[in-house]
Design a protein. Structure first.
Length: 222
């Protein structure tokens, strides 16, 4: 197990060094806290930051929180809210804020298990309060595969991949696509880490923007 963990860290270092050589690679970091209230209910909070290069030139952060209800092993419902701030793309959190947003969202998750594959369908509806009010719709399909165990439990390495599409309010075109592939390690039932590459493509009538990010995620149970 120790050798496997060291190999994982070594691969992560190589990945970071390789990504850092690419001028178009930024960083995307999330910290998620979760508290189980009962067998059915849980509360969560999440902090997220993004930068234009590897941990440099930060231009975006969000803070959100909410509650989830588990109907059974396959179905889960979530209600969340949060604040989202985008800054001028320059130095770290430049004084000029391009956009401040308050958001409320409802989410439905459906999980499937086929052999060692853990499949997940996530549908989210967002109400965005910014300069103008907008509705947005998101669908994400993903899978995770345990590597050194038959299921993802404590002391398990796993691979994960997902793709999410964003629709604008009138469904005339896709507004965004977000693809992610990475590796994770579940230290315990309350501590989980992921490292991977996230590619985001934004569509508009004027331009299409593509950006790659080194993605790191820390999930902690309270």
């Amino acid at each position: 197990m120790i050798k496997s963990f060291l190999s994982f860290l070594f691969a992560g270092v190589l990945f970071v060094n390789t990504s850092a050589q690419q001028k178009d690679v930024g960083s995307w970091t999330t910290i998620n806290l979760k508290k189980n209230i009962s067998q059915k209910w849980s509360a969560f909070s999440e902090f997220q930051m993004r930068s234009l290069s590897i941990y440099n030139r930060f231009y975006y952060y969000e803070i959100k929180a909410g509650a989830s209800y588990v109907l059974n092993k396959k179905f889960q419902f979530t209600l969340g809210t949060g604040f989202y701030s985008t800054f001028e793309e320059g130095i770290d959190f430049d004084n000029y804020e391009k956009q401040n947003e308050f958001r409320i969202w409802e989410q439905f998750v459906f999980k499937q298990k086929i052999s060692i594959l853990n499949l997940e369908h996530r549908i989210r509806v967002e109400q965005q309060f910014k300069e103008n009010y907008d509705n947005r719709f998101r669908y994400r399909f993903g899978t995770s595969i345990p590597i050194n165990h038959s299921e993802i439990k404590a002391k398990t390495f796993y691979a994960t991949i997902n793709d999410e599409i964003f629709f604008n309010e009138d469904f005339s075109y896709f507004s965004r696509n977000r693809f992610y592939a990475g590796l994770g390690y579940k230290f315990s039932e309350k501590f989980n880490f992921q490292l991977g590459l996230l590619r985001q493509v934004d569509f508009s009538n004027l331009d299409t923007r593509r950006k790659n990010y080194l993605f790191t995620s820390w999930a902690v149970g309270l």
